[in-house]
Structures are given as C-alpha cells and as structure tokens.
Design a protein around this ligand. Structure first.
Ligand code: ATP
Ligand code: MG
Length: 322
C-alpha cells in the first residue's frame, strides 16, 4: 500500500470508509501500561515480529485482538503503535460510522472495506467495535441486521495473513459471546495505577524542567483518571505554571487548578478531597505509599519545613478546622 491509495467510500455519502495512516505519518507514542498489560501486548508484538519463523513452522501469529477498557486509556494508541513497530500502514475504521448508514449499504461497505484491507499487509483497526452490538439490539429489520452482523463476523474470520485486526471498545459488556469468541487475544486496559500515572506524567512533561515533587503531586492527584486525562492535566499545568508565575499561587495550587478543571466528572477525584491547604498537607503526609518528604510538602505548599512540621504535629481536628 502506498500513500494516495484509493480508500473505499460509502456509495451514498462518498465518505471514506477508513482512514489510512502510513508508518512515516504514524506519531503514536509508546503507551504506558501495567506490567500485566505490557506482557500481553509484547507477546502479541513478538508473534508478528517473528511471523516468518512461525509460518515456517506451520503456525501463524494471532490475527485478531479485542482491546477494551475505559475511554482514554490508550487503546487506539496501542493499535497504532503496533502498526508503527511493524512498519505497516494502519487502516482505521469507525464501525459506528460505517454501520449507521442504510443496512444494505452497510453490508456492501463491510465487504469493500475488508477486500481493501485484505489486499495489503496492514493493521486493521475497528474502532467503536461495540457498534455491532447496538445494531443487533435494534428491533427494526431483524433479518437484515443479522445479515450485517454475520457479514462482519465472517469478514473477521476471513482476515487472512495480511495482518492483525484490532477491535477496540469502551463497552465490552455489550458484546455477546459469539463476538468475543472471534478474537484470539483479549486485552483489557484498565485505568492507569500510580506507577503508570507517574510514567505518563514524566512522558507528557517531556524536557520541561520540573521539580520532582510537582510531577509526583500531579500523578498523585490524578488518581482515577485515564491516561488521556493525565496528559491533559500535564498540558494545563505547563501553561498555568507560566501564566500564574506572577501570582502568589503555590506550586500545589497550580497543580490543583490543572487537575480540578480536568476532573469535572469526578465528584470524588483526589483533588476535590482537599478543600484547603492544611487538608492537602495532611493528605500528602499521611500517604505512606506516596512518600512525600516534609521538604517536598513545604516546597509544594510554599511554606518552610518548620511550618510543615509544626502543623503536622498539631492534633488533626485543630488543623482541619483551621
Ligand atoms: N496508557 C497510556 N500511556 C500514555 N499515554 C496515554 C495512555 N492512555 C492515553 N494516553 C494519552 O491519551 C491520548 C488518547 O489515548 P487513546 O486515544 O489511545 O485512548 P483510547 O483508549 O483509544 O480512548 P477512546 O476509548 O476514547 O477511543 C493518547 O494520545 C496519549 O497522549
Ligand atoms: Mg480510541
């Protein structure tokens, strides 16, 4: 496949059915995952890197992988990254877009799309894969719909050795066993834990000069957020740090601001648990796993270490009602 290759289009709307990303344009970063997820991903990648040896031994690499988990956890990034690593074009299809057109057309679109993907060595990425489940639940035109779903499943089965096919979804509970069964590899992607968040913060802040304690505070306060949100917080923080430089905001204030404006949907996000500086100080000091030193806390809150020590030694109730 070469840049400029004609991508099949929907005959009614003339909209392209897929978006092709060539390795030279593929900017996917290496996503940060837990060791468990990384192991699954590496096993899959290695199968494809060694496909010639596998084929020579009468075996073949896994052809289909279902990647599922909350929004913004790195599913698309994972699929794109694999394409980049294998130096293959990525053919990205939003299944919901493809399926929402007329049913007769949908079946034809699916056929055209898989014909296209099977003609080339490529990584086929079927995003919003749960769209298939919504089709099945539609009470209209039951027979026709079944045909579409079956066409998709058959096309999946028919994906030959031309490359791996990813199904990506945030709504894995909607998929029935017949669909799950189609995927040889299943990769659950959970929200990032503290270690992964720290690594995402480090990657997102790049070369910017950052006090370690501030990066650590970002990772700590983004508990419960996806990788995408953690990296959004980092972008906001980098900006706030500059625009708030002439205010008396402490380093912690700047982080809390960046987190709070990204966390609207988390009523219980880590940032919203602390309504004032003392509560935050105690939260930081009491989290034995996070290991914030008193000097870190002092820097973050813009006070001296003595003040931190004194405040932490006061009975909690006095501090909380300060
Ligand atoms: N695990 C991660 N490691 C590093 N960066 C991440 C991770 N997850 C998300 N990001 C950041 O968030 C952006 C969006 O992630 P991505 O599109 O891969 O998520 P997704 O799981 O496909 O989301 P959706 O379910 O909404 O499609 C990435 O470009 C990256 O900057
Ligand atoms: Mg995605």
């Amino acid at each position: 496949m070469k840049p400029g290759v004609p991508v099949p289009v929907d005959p009614d709307s003339s909209a392209p059915l897929a978006n092709v990303i060539f390795p030279t344009d593929n900017t996917a970063v290496e996503p940060v995952f837990s060791p468990e997820v990384t192991n699954v991903v590496q096993a899959l990648t290695r199968e494809w890197e060694h496909q010639d040896e596998l084929l020579a031994a009468g075996l073949r690499p896994s052809l289909t992988a279902l990647v599922y988990g909350p929004p913004g956890t790195g599913k698309t990034t994972l699929a794109l990254r694999l394409a980049k690593q294998l130096q293959l074009p990525a053919v990205i299809v939003r299944l919901d877009g493809l399926i929402s057109s007329l049913l007769g057309t949908t079946a034809r679109n699916l056929g055209a799309l898989f014909d296209f993907a099977n003609r080339y060595d490529c990584v086929l990425i079927l995003d919003e894969f749960d769209a298939i489940a919504k089709v099945r639940d539609d009470p209209n035109e039951v027979g026709e719909i079944k045909r579409v779903v079956n066409a998709l499943l058959q096309n999946l089965d028919g994906r030959s050795r031309a490359g791996i096919t990813f199904g990506l979804t945030n709504h894995e509970a909607l998929l029935d066993p017949a669909v799950w069964r189609r995927f040889e590899v299943q990769v659950p992607i959970p929200l990032p834990g503290p270690v992964e968040r720290a690594a995402i913060v480090e990657a997102s802040l790049g070369a910017a000069p950052v006090a370690l304690s501030e990066a650590k505070l970002i990772a700590w306060l983004t508990d419960g957020m996806s990788g995408a949100e953690v990296s959004t917080v980092c972008d906001k923080w980098l900006k706030r740090r500059i625009v708030d430089a002439d205010t008396d905001a402490s380093p912690a204030d700047v982080v809390v601001q960046a987190v709070a404006t990204t966390a609207a949907r988390y009523g219980t996000s880590a940032a919203s648990r602390f309504s004032n500086r003392d509560e935050l100080m105690i939260g930081l000091a009491r989290d034995a796993d996070a290991r914030f030193a008193q000097a870190d806390i002092a820097h973050l809150l813009g006070v001296n270490v003595k003040t931190v020590r004194r405040r932490l030694n006061e009975p909690q109730s006095e501090v909380a009602h300060d």
